[in-house]
Design a protein around this ligand. Structure first.
Ligand code: PFF
Length: 464
């Protein structure tokens, strides 16, 4: 069996016909891609960056970025993966070969693999926070907590490198362990209850926030667009987050697309993934901000926002121990399914490019990831004063990947798809039946999407 088919079998389960294995159905792919998209980005990151960037105007720009940039690019990435049938670098190289273009385009795939790898190193640490909060929530440690006490509790977690490293390591071991054992069946089965469960829990939290918190203040904060509160950097953060939340420009969607059966409509599935992902983020915002305002907390409090806000609610609501415990464990599992998708490009790339076994690839990448994750761990305590351009190690890594590598990688992918590949190849592989609809997407991808990325970039640099 070739390395390729080993990789495919372990990702996609037993349906291996001598070539790459495939997802069992369109639904399996939708679940896996939604599992990748929905994670810490929606529930942890979206609320805190919205708070830091002033609310409504930021949300509006973020939604526009999802529509004009995120969805067209998501479709392009899944298409490249499916047609190239390899890891991101291999898939782009295959497509470039087919188009008679330079093989240098493959660097775009390498950049995506590196970006996913870097993100996973800090993603695992934050997922560890959710794991750490699960037993605390379930055991009633949040009972009667006020804003100050909740802040102190979170501060104590961040100040403890052993605990942060321990939980971060646990997340890495779980992620890579699952990937090494073959993920399709487990992933499909767990996502089937996880996604609806997460939705229901978020709805309960929104209901609670609506009845006890300052709900209308939160609605105004999230949906009244006051552009004077939005800086150039804020616009870039909104763009970066559209990439982050849809798992773009980091190899995940290309890698998952490479196991997608032919004949599945990429357009429809991509739109469904984007809707589910955006819905979860908006629900998270509606659950959290009423509580932020009701408890006199600061919307711009930064990465600790949900870990400080939600425990107060869990400490007060009836059955808070059950709801809180379930919430944090589901957040941890949602993070795990995203982490799995973040690790797949690196593992497929290592094993396919260097001809090593998948297990070796898992062990090598695991060791490197663990070392790098310590940088994030220490940036919250021992190294919190060590900064580069005013940013800690964690902030720098986040900025480098989300706000630089993702938009630039995304721009290059859009240009590659729209200007290097032939219209015929793209139309054939995309599976949009109506010519007018395809035309609309094609023009969007060729003109509007790249210009929009460039405009945001130049705006954030202060060019206009
Ligand atoms: N989309 C994930 C989230 O919102 O939490 C994060 C992520 C997963 C980013 C996979 C990039 C990626 F390739």
């Amino acid at each position: 069996m070739s390395q390729d088919s080993i990789a495919a079998t372990s990702l996609a389960g037993s349906r291996n016909d001598g070539k790459r294995g495939l997802w069992s159905s369109r639904w399996a792919f939708i679940l896996a891609a939604t599992g990748s998209a929905v994670g810490l980005g929606n529930i942890w990151k979206f609320p805190y960056i919205t708070g830091e960037n002033g609310g409504g105007a930021f949300v509006l720009v973020y939604l526009a970025c999802i529509l004009v940039i995120g969805i067209p690019l998501l479709m392009a990435e899944v298409m490249i993966g499916r047609r190239g049938r390899a890891n991101p670098e291999g898939a782009i190289a295959a497509m470039a070969r087919e188009a008679g273009a330079s093989q240098h385009w493959r660097w775009l795939g390498t950049l995506a693999v590196i970006c996913g790898f870097l993100i996973l190193s800090f993603y695992a640490v934050v997922a560890g926070w959710a794991l750490a909060y699960t037993p605390a929530a379930a055991s009633g440690a949040f009972a009667g907590l006020d804003g100050e006490a909740s802040g102190a509790l979170f501060g104590a977690l961040l100040a403890n490198p052993w605990k942060l490293a321990g939980y971060g390591t646990l997340v890495l071991v779980l992620t890579l362990g699952i990937v090494a054992c073959g993920v399709r069946d487990g992933l499909e089965r767990s996502l089937r209850f996880l996604m609806p469960g997460l939705f229901v829990l978020l709805l309960i939290l929104v209901g609670y926030a609506a009845t006890t918190g300052h709900f209308m203040q939160a609605v105004h904060f999230l949906f009244d667009a006051d552009f004077s509160k939005l800086s150039g950097t804020g616009v870039l953060v909104a763009l970066g987050h559209a990439f982050f939340t849809l798992s773009l420009a980091s190899g995940a969607m290309m890698a998952y697309g490479s196991y997608l059966p032919a004949g599945t409509s990429i357009a429809k599935t991509s739109i469904m993934v984007a809707i589910a992902d955006t819905g979860v983020a908006l629900l998270a915002g509606l659950a959290i901000f009423p509580l932020v305002f009701a408890n006199g907390l600061e919307p711009g409090a930064g990465p600790g926002l949900i870990f400080v806000t939600l425990p107060i609610a869990f400490g007060q609501m009836p059955l808070g121990q059950v709801v809180g415990g379930l919430f944090f464990i589901m957040l941890a599992i949602a993070a795990l399914t995203s982490a799995i998708s973040l690790s797949e490009p690196t593992i497929a790339w290592l094993s396919e490019k260097f001809g090593i076994s998948r297990l070796k690839a898992v062990l090598c990448s695991g060791a490197a990831l663990w070392l790098l994750s310590l940088g994030t761990v220490f940036s919250f305590n021992a190294w919190s004063e060590v900064t580069l351009f005013g940013k800690t190690f964690f902030d720098s890594l986040d900025f480098l990947t989300t706000n630089l590598m993702m938009p630039l990688g995304g721009l290059a992918t859009v240009l590659f798809t729209g200007w290097v590949l032939s219209r015929k190849t793209v139309q054939e592989s995309l599976g949009i039946d109506q010519p007018q609809l395809f035309n609309l997407w094609w023009q969007l991808l060729r003109f509007i999407t790249p210009v929009a990325i460039l405009v945001v970039f130049l705006h954030s640099l202060g060019v206009f």
